[in-house]
Ligand binder design. Sequence first.
Ligand SMILES: [Cu+2]
Length: 133
Amino acid sequence: MKTLQIFLLACLFTIVSNSEAVAQSKKAETFDVSGNCGMCKSNIEKAAKAAGASYASWSADSKKLTVKYAKNTSAAKIQQKIAEAGYDNAGAKASDEAYNKLHGCCQYERTLKAEIKTAKDDKACASGADCCK
Ligand SMILES: [Cu+2]
């Protein structure tokens, strides 16, 4: 009888510690990702999942992406992948090349980039903006 009790206790312990490990290995994060439309939503979520996120949901209204991921990836990796898909986000900027590849309706205003860049931005100055003076 005592052996059975120990066995059951061991089982219970294993179940509890396993579920704790699962809970700890899953992280959820929400950050800004620029974009316009439903096509952007699908591109952004696809990129996040390609980077290893188990869950990705982007809102066109709030421009925020919520991801869930385990130890196989990180927020930085996910943000990098989204930038590679052409979308500026809180952790990484898209290259002009990636941005230009986006469908016309998806070429969002790059306000997030403007915030990150300094006043020395060549392109902004070429337009004769005040930052040149
Ligand atoms: Cu779009």
